[in-house]
Design a binder for this molecule. Structure first.
Ligand SMILES: [Zn+2]
Length: 86
């Protein structure tokens, strides 16, 4: 591999899998075990174009074409001011 991290210039990467969060407007899609290369120095993650395309295509299938999914989670959301209990 002869690539360089765009952020820190480091040339050493490791192959890992991560949970990827795809967001489009207020819709979210989490994908587990997504392969990527991570810069060993700054931690920046690099995904292959075909990986990102596959995730986007799946997101579109679910949100715009009604594809059934196996698992769905509920996510709480609050404005920060409500955390302060004034
Ligand atoms: Zn880096």
């Amino acid at each position: 591999m002869n690539k360089v991290c765009h952020f820190c210039g480091n040339k050493h990467f490791k192959h890992i899998t991560v949970q990827y969060t795809y967001r489009h407007d207020e819709k979210f899609f989490f994908v587990n075990d997504v392969p990527c290369e991570q810069c060993e120095y700054c931690g920046e993650q690099y995904f292959k174009a075909e990986v990102l395309k596959a995730i986007e295509a799946e997101f579109n299938a679910i949100h715009f074409h009604g594809k059934k999914i196996k698992k769905e989670i509920r996510v709480p959301i609050e404005p920060f001011l409500e955390l302060l209990h004034v």
